[in-house]
Design a protein around this ligand. Structure first.
Ligand code: PNW
Length: 477
């Protein structure tokens, strides 16, 4: 196939968008300012034992106060686009009712600053920071949360729809549902498998309702999408047992979301896998049609593939699925699958570097959603970056990671995929959820004492790629 021929030099279509991504709780700080109330991540990160070193986002990288400096950095890096998320409790402190103008104003100033620098804003409405009040009322396992989310979407759409064209409802609903409500390594830290499947369905419903709400208040030219969880699940061998194991995990990682969202139905095999946990009676008539809204694009986040085999449920070995340490599984109904480390080099997260997975993922969605433009809405790596004595930060591993993955994107385009852009995760070092500040994903280094920003060598490399549309050699910085 075409994908095996190296495309040299690696040059992208001229309209390709070169972007970077962040999320609100990971960078903003200012958690008590301008009327903001706690989200589930404030509560969770302040609960002892939930994050490494008890780290939290109270200050994070103080983006709320430094957004001008950060936009200037983006401009220096030649970014075409910036993906960020809106903090729901800044806009609607109780998760319901009228908006707080000061909260919305922050995002209006940020958007205007981006536009003034010629950078396209791309908004994610929900990157995991549910208002705590809504969790207290039951959170995503409750159907009402989906309706509240749609109201919030409408408020933000009305406020910013005139100046922001690219919209995403949810980021990685898999993490919200299964790390939040099944394994409990993410907020709100619940460990209830049945609740996690209810959460998944109500996230889907929330997406569908929010997509309709956005369209009802925004100009038709705007694009409505979401950033899907997108596991690349591979069987350890081609044995029927391992293939069945991969199928189960694929249903719970991908099918549970893209089934209803792209095709209007949950996979039948998902009902089989989860039948000991739930009867799915929370799916109400009409839900699937509401969830199956036409989309303008699809966002794919990719870091590493997932390697699985069939396992004896009695053998309780260590779990090597890269989803954090918990005795509770994020895979409801599954007790006969083992997770393996894929071969190859690893990043600081312990995640194997494997660009072929990104190519595979893009080709899969090219087949499953023909005609739908794709964006890589997150891709990147954590490394143990440290400033040298001259203050510079050299991160050749990250350059190699980006070179490999962007080359895979380019091969997918050569193979017929309609990939319109790439958002590096992340613009800045930031609060890496349960790992706190211990894992650095940024192209820009942040000194957590002074909060000073220093572009790493990967940032300079990426800037050159963005400026020229061609990948510089991995070694050339
Ligand atoms: C994504 N997992 O998180 C998020 O969208 C980002 O906010 C985050 O910083 C980034 O990837 C790096 O982790 C994930 O356990 C967190 O499979 C956990 C998993 C996947 C993605």
């Amino acid at each position: 196939p075409d994908s095996e021929k190296p495309v040299t030099p690696v040059t992208f279509p001229s309209a390709f968008l070169w972007g970077a991504a962040t999320s609100a709780y990971q960078i903003e700080g200012a958690v008590r300012e301008d009327g903001r109330t706690p989200s589930i991540w404030d509560t969770f990160s302040h609960t002892p034992g939930k994050t490494v070193d008890g780290d939290h986002g109270d200050i994070a990288v103080d983006h709320y106060h430094r957004y001008r400096e950060d936009v200037a950095l983006m401009a220096e890096l030649g970014l075409d686009a910036y993906r960020f998320s809106i903090s729901w409790p800044r806009v609607q402190p109780t998760g319901r009712g009228p908006a707080v103008q000061r909260g919305l104003d922050f995002y209006r100033r940020l958007v205007d600053e981006l536009l003034a620098h010629g950078i396209k804003p791309a908004i994610t409405l929900y990157h995991w920071d549910l208002p705590q009040e809504l969790e207290d009322a039951g959170g995503w396992p409750e159907r009402d949360t989906a309706y509240h989310f749609a109201e919030y979407a409408q408020i933000v759409g009305e406020a910013l729809g005139d100046r922001v064209e690219q919209w995403m409802t949810l980021n990685e609903p898999w993490c919200s549902a299964f790390l939040g409500y099944a394994s409990g390594v993410h907020a709100p830290g619940r460990t209830d498998p049945a609740a996690s499947l209810r959460a998944a369905h109500h996230l889907n419903l929330g997406h569908g309702l929010a997509a309709s709400a956005l369209r009802s208040v925004m100009p038709a030219r705007n694009s409505v999408a979401l950033a899907l969880n997108s596991a690349v699940v591979r069987p350890l061998t081609q044995s029927p047992e391992d293939l069945a194991a991969a199928r189960k995990i694929d249903d719970l990682a991908n099918g549970v979301f893209h089934g209803p969202i792209l095709h209007g139905a949950y996979p039948q095999s998902l009902f089989e896998t989860t039948k000991s946990v739930t009867d799915w009676s929370f799916v109400v008539d009409g839900d699937l049609a509401q969830i199956n809204q036409p989309l303008d694009a699809l966002g794919l986040n990719y870091y590493t593939p997932t390697l699985v085999s069939a396992a004896d449920p009695a053998a309780k070995g260590p779990r090597a699925d890269g989803h954090g340490a918990s005795e509770h599984s994020p895979w409801p109904g599954v007790d006969d699958v083992a997770f393996h480390q894929s071969p190859g080099e690893r990043t600081e997260m312990g995640w194997t570097v494997d660009p072929s997975g990104l190519h595979e993922l893009i080709m899969r969605y090219t087949e499953e959603a023909p005609g739908l433009p794709l964006y890589i809405t997150e891709n990147g790596a954590a490394y143990d970056d440290k400033p040298e004595s001259d203050g510079r930060v050299h991160d050749p591993e990250r350059i190699a990671y980006l070179h490999g993955h962007l080359s895979a994107v380019r091969r997918a385009i050569a193979d017929g995929a309609d990939v319109r852009g790439y958002f590096l995760w992340s613009l800045l070092d930031n609060f890496e959820w349960a790992y706190g500040y211990a894992k650095r994903f940024g192209a820009v280094y942040v000194d957590y004492v002074t909060l000073e920003r220093t572009p790493k060598s990967s940032a300079h490399w990426y800037a050159r790629a963005a400026r020229t549309g061609t990948l510089p050699e991995a070694e050339a910085v």
